[in-house]
Structures are given as structure tokens and as C-alpha cells.
Design a protein around this ligand. Structure first.
Ligand SMILES: Cc1cc2nc3c(=O)[nH]c(=O)nc-3n(C[C@H](O)[C@H](O)[C@H](O)COP(=O)(O)OP(=O)(O)OC[C@H]3O[C@@H](n4cnc5c(N)ncnc54)[C@H](O)[C@@H]3O)c2cc1C
Length: 386
């Protein structure tokens, strides 16, 4: 029978980063199982690729303080491009409540050692981007090391290096069950047969709750559709722009190729495995786009190029990372709530540390993301979810 020291369920960016970090730490017999014939067909291939350290909770800031420098050094270390572009994230506030929120976050970020973030006045933002409608902007915050990566390329680089280090990737192989004995996990069932292992990592993205159920565990991870609209080539706004977030509506956009990628969180969206792009979304998002960026009023959009993907949401919008207490040998790396690409490097390191050493110094409390926090009433509060 096939055996592995660690089986990773899911070959997206999270599973790939975990495979890389495990093999880099010397654990060679790692088997990644991906049910699709190609990797990247889950959320990773649908992502906007934004990376930022401008968060409000210490754990999210710490995850970014590992991940962003990792992406900055990725090409050299992995011999493969991550496509990191430090063009920044610019949050724009139009209310004192939002400005106070940015001020509090900034103070927290400085305490944790983020040096590249600063607060801006409304006048500074209007001077930086005169093509934004700026009459109601009272200020904002900007971090120059935030920016974007190419999620598919980063995922491929992680996996290629993991394989070079001794890991194995099986595509077209779905995990259909988890086996156990008195000591805990002793294997998985797959469409390619049984595999003996004592350690399984659930990196199944939006499908993670189904995989956890194989082990008899209820995992509070829900799929939530998010849609992105790319514009056709458009030169009336600078392509050097950062990710720009209009906090009054949640509309945000960034340069992509010769055009721009537009995003907006539709509050009417309901959980479910909805993967289709809803054409009526284009009209809704263009209203917000033209309101904040008047030159977008006539921006050309081809609806056939727009797409939808799934966020993996948890009740407190923070991931679930670490061992399952109900089943020895099962680990979670799930529920990134919109941040799985930017936090994939830290997640790989944290998960690898927890499996191999039982602890980690990636975040102050390596148990902060434990599943038990929901039952124990220790939810983490973060309001900046994009
Ligand atoms: C529109 C959109 C925009 C986003 N923008 C950003 C952003 O700007 N920044 C950011 O950081 N994040 C963003 N995200 C979130 C990010 O893409 C995800 O958090 C991240 O890709 C999750 O990676 P993953 O590897 O956990 O999941 P996935 O990429 O979904 O991979 C999970 C894999 O598991 C496989 N699988 C599932 N069940 C099984 C099984 N039983 N057996 C074998 N294989 C299985 C699936 O086929 C899949 O390939 C965005 C997401 C969307 C949809």
C-alpha cells in the first residue's frame, strides 16, 4: 500500500505552500492529493492576488509580516516568479469612524514593526490621484510594501520546489474518506486507492467542511461567491496605482495587464457553491466604479472575461489552522475568508511547524487560529474584510 508521512488534501496555494515548508524542514515523504486534473481550479486560480499587511488584528498583521517579505524574496529562493508587485494598498476614508479605524490600525501595525505604512490626509490623496473623486475623502492609509502577486504562479512555484525537495503530487485523485484506529488517523481513502498515513492536512479550500466531515468533525467554513470584473485596455488612470479601496462602498480596484480589475463585495450575496458569474453584477459594480473614478464611466468591459470564485468564510473571518482535537493526526489550514493567497507563506510555515515541532513563532500565540476558539468563545474580531 502507498504510504506517506503527511498527506495534504488539496493542491491549491495553501496545500502547495504547506508541502514546500514541510519538505524545506526535512520532511520528505509528503503526498499532495488534488482531485482536479490541474491545480489552481479552486479559489487560487480565481483570486485577485492582493497582499497587504494593513490589518487590524495582531495575528493577521503577523501573518503578513512573514508572508510579504517571503513573496519579495520568492523568485530568488524558489527559482520561480511569484509576480510580487509592491504597488501598495490605499485605503480611503470618507467618515470619521473609518478614519479613526485606520488610525487605530496604523498604531497597531507600527507596534508590530510594520514600517512602510503611513496615514495620509485627504489633500495628500487628492494630489496623488487627481482622477479620483476626492471631495468627500477625509484621509486614508497607504503601505508601500503591500501590493499584488500572481497567485497561480506562486502556487506553481511552491509545488515545483516541494517536488524538487521530494514531495509527490497526485492529480485527478479525490479524497473520499479518512480512516482511523485507536491512535488516531491511520490513512485516507481516495479514488486511486487507500493510502496509509498518520498525518493528514485539510487544505481543501471552500470544500474543507466536507473533508472535515470524513473525520467526524464539524468545520465552520462556508463558501461565499465573489465576482471580479476586468476592464479592457484602459489608459486614463495610472497603471502604477496601488489597490485602491473606497471604504464608503467597499469598491476596490487595481491595475491588471493593460486594464484594471474591479471588485466589490455585494452584501446581498448568500453562502453556497455558486460558481457562475451573474451578468447583472457588472451594472452594479460600474455604478460604484464611476462614482469614485469618474473616468471609469465609459470604461470598456467584456462580460465574457468576468469571473466568479469562492471565498472560504469562517464566523470571525480568520482562518482555522492547527491540529483537530477530536482526531489525532488531522490538521486544518482552512477558512481564509479572502486572505488565503496573501497568507499562504505564513500558513505553510505555521502548519509545518505545528506538525513537526508542536509550536511556532510565526504568530505570538500559535493556538490563536485553533478550531476550539469558536466553542470557547474566543473569536477574533477583524472588520477590514475585502
Ligand atoms: C474572486 C476572489 C478574489 C480573491 N482575492 C484575494 C486577494 O486579493 N488576496 C488573497 O489573499 N486572497 C484572495 N482570495 C482568496 C484566495 O483566493 C483563497 O483564500 C485561496 O486561494 C485559498 O487557497 P486554498 O489552497 O486553500 O484553496 P483552493 O485554491 O480552493 O484549493 C483547494 C483545492 O482542494 C481541492 N479539493 C477539494 N476537495 C478535495 C478532495 N476531497 N480531494 C482532493 N482535492 C480536493 C480542490 O480541487 C482545490 O484545488 C480571493 C478569492 C476569490 C474567489
Amino acid at each position: 500500500m502507498q504510504t506517506a508521512d503527511v498527506v495534504i488534501v488539496g493542491g491549491g496555494i495553501v496545500g502547495s505552500s504547506i508541502a514546500y515548508h514541510l519538505t524545506a524542514a526535512g520532511c520528505r515523504n509528503v503526498l499532495v492529493l488534488e482531485r482536479e486534473t490541474h491545480t489552481g481550479k479552486g479559489s487560487t486560480g480565481k483570486s485577485m492576488g492582493g497582499v497587504r499587511a494593513q490589518f487590524s488584528t495582531p495575528v493577521n498583521i503577523q501573518m503578513s509580516l512573514y508572508s510579504i517579505p517571503f513573496y519579495a524574496a520568492f523568485d530568488e529562493v524558489m527559482g520561480h516568479p511569484a509576480g510580487y508587485r509592491p504597488q501598495g494598498y490605499l485605503f480611503m476614508a470618507t467618515s470619521t469612524a473609518h478614519m479613526d479605524y485606520l488610525r487605530t490600525n496604523h498604531a497597531q501595525q507600527v507596534v508590530l514593526g510594520l514600517k512602510a505604512a503611513s496615514l495620509l490626509s485627504g489633500d495628500e490623496i487628492r494630489a496623488m490621484y487627481p482622477k479620483l473623486r476626492g471631495d468627500d475623502i477625509i484621509g486614508g492609509s497607504f503601505c508601500s510594501t503591500d501590493g499584488f502577486v500572481d497567485p497561480y504562479s506562486a502556487m506553481t512555484g511552491f509545488m515545483a520546489k516541494a517536488v524538487e525537495n521530494g514531495a509527490t503530487l497526485w492529480r485527478d485523485c479525490e479524497v473520499t474518506g479518512i480512516n482511523r484506529d485507536a491512535s488516531g488517523i491511520n490513512g485516507v481513502e481516495t479514488t486511486k486507492g487507500s493510502i496509509a498515513t498518520r498525518t493528514v492536512v485539510n487544505a481543501a479550500g471552500a470544500w474543507a467542511a466536507g473533508v472535515a466531515k470524513f473525520g467526524g468533525i464539524e468545520l465552520p467554513v462556508e463558501p461565499l461567491r465573489r465576482m471580479l470584473v476586468p476592464t479592457e485596455p484602459f489608459d486614463e488612470f495610472p497603471h502604477t496605482a496601488p489597490m485602491i479601496i473606497d471604504m464608503s462602498t467597499g469598491f476596490h480596484f487595481r491595475p491588471e495587464g493593460r486594464g484594471f480589475l474591479l471588485a466589490w463585495n455585494d452584501a446581498e450575496e448568500t453562502p453556497g457553491f455558486k460558481m457562475n458569474f451573474e451578468p447583472s453584477f457588472i451594472e452594479k459594480i460600474l455604478v460604484h466604479a464611476a462614482d469614485r473614478v469618474p473616468c471609469f464611466e465609459h470604461v470598456p468591459v467584456n462580460p465574457k472575461r468576468a469571473w466568479a470564485g469562492l471565498y472560504e468564510m469562517t464566523p470571525d473571518h480568520h482562518p482555522i489552522i492547527g491540529p483537530a482535537h477530536g482526531l489525532r493526526g488531522l490538521y486544518f489550514a482552512n477558512g481564509f475568508s479572502g486572505h488565503g493567497v496573501m497568507h499562504a507563506p505564513a500558513t505553510g510555515k505555521l502548519t509545518s511547524d505545528l506538525i513537526l515541532r508542536g509550536t511556532s513563532d510565526i504568530i505570538s500565540d500559535p493556538r490563536a487560529f485553533a478550531l476550539e476558539r469558536f466553542a470557547d468563545g474566543r473569536m477574533i474580531h477583524e472588520t477590514a474584510v475585502l
